[in-house]
Design a protein. Structure first.
Length: 266
């Protein structure tokens, strides 16, 4: 094999023309469909026009702390009433979409439907939503599942999101920095105070991993931010371990005034 030939080899040992042909064959045998409704689409890992239009993106103007959208521009330095009334443990939170019927459908398929490939779509949206975070070269930390719950689901959806984000951004990924030491009940159906008590003290930080990432900013990665109880409990554990700057990125978040009934498993 000549040196030029070696340079065009991919990580999978296949030249780009053959890889493209392989993709075309797969598209022919398994035409791409919408990740939410299974309607035919032009590209894989995407939404049809109707489903895309049903999403509610979160864009500026927004609260610089919680990432909640403002109805109008409140002026420089304006902070939401929610952030003033209950300042979060973490520095900033951002989400790609408001929690709506459509984003809930995507999350439910991803989280409980054994569709880890949906992380590609979600992570791409989260990459845009968290654009302020990435220049700081943070370490991405998925919200850990208890090992029993992860065994039942086959994977941790937050870890899949963090893995895709880290790969696309060239950032460090630390799935072993924290673990869920207590098998908490699901948060669905609980009010804000019950959620807080449910996850209080549920997380532990690995001392060895903490030493490796000491001094680095962290971004906690989760699928949905509801009251923030889970990421707050994790952030507290990480602060006790010496991490000073912690942000949060999620695919969707609950926005006051846009609440919907939670799907039974979320």
């Amino acid at each position: 094999m000549s040196v030029p030939d070696a340079k065009v080899k991919t990580a999978f040992g296949m030249p780009p023309p053959l890889r493209a042909a392989g993709r075309a064959l797969l598209d022919f045998l398994y035409p791409p469909v919408c990740i939410a409704c299974s309607a035919p689409v032009a590209e894989p890992d995407g939404l049809c026009t109707s489903c895309w239009q049903a999403l509610v993106p979160i864009t500026a103007p927004m609260c610089p702390v919680l990432g909640l959208p403002f109805a109008s521009d409140m002026g420089k330095g304006a902070v939401s009433a929610e952030a003033l009334a209950d300042p979060p443990v973490y520095a900033r939170a951002r989400a790609a979409f408001a929690y709506s019927q459509m984003s809930a459908r995507i999350v439910s398929r991803f989280k409980y439907g054994d569709h880890p490939e949906l992380a590609r779509f979600a992570a791409a949206a989260m990459r845009r939503a968290g654009a302020e975070f990435w220049p700081g070269n943070p370490v991405l930390v998925p919200v850990p599942l208890h090992r029993f719950r992860q065994w039942r689901r086959h994977y941790n959806q937050s870890a899949e999101l963090a893995r895709h984000l880290a790969h696309s951004l060239g950032l460090d990924f630390a799935p072993d920095l924290a673990r869920r030491k207590r098998h908490t009940r699901q948060q669905v159906g609980l009010n804000a105070e019950q959620r807080r008590r449910n996850v209080a003290g549920a997380f532990a930080v690995d001392a060895g991993a903490a030493g490796r990432w000491a001094g680095r900013p962290l971004v906690l990665v989760d699928d949905v931010l509801t009251t923030g109880a889970t990421v707050s409990a994790l952030a507290r554990a990480l602060r006790r371990a010496g991490f000073d700057h912690i942000d949060v990125i999620s695919f969707a978040r609950v926005v006051p005034g846009l609440e919907i009934a939670e799907p039974s498993n979320i």
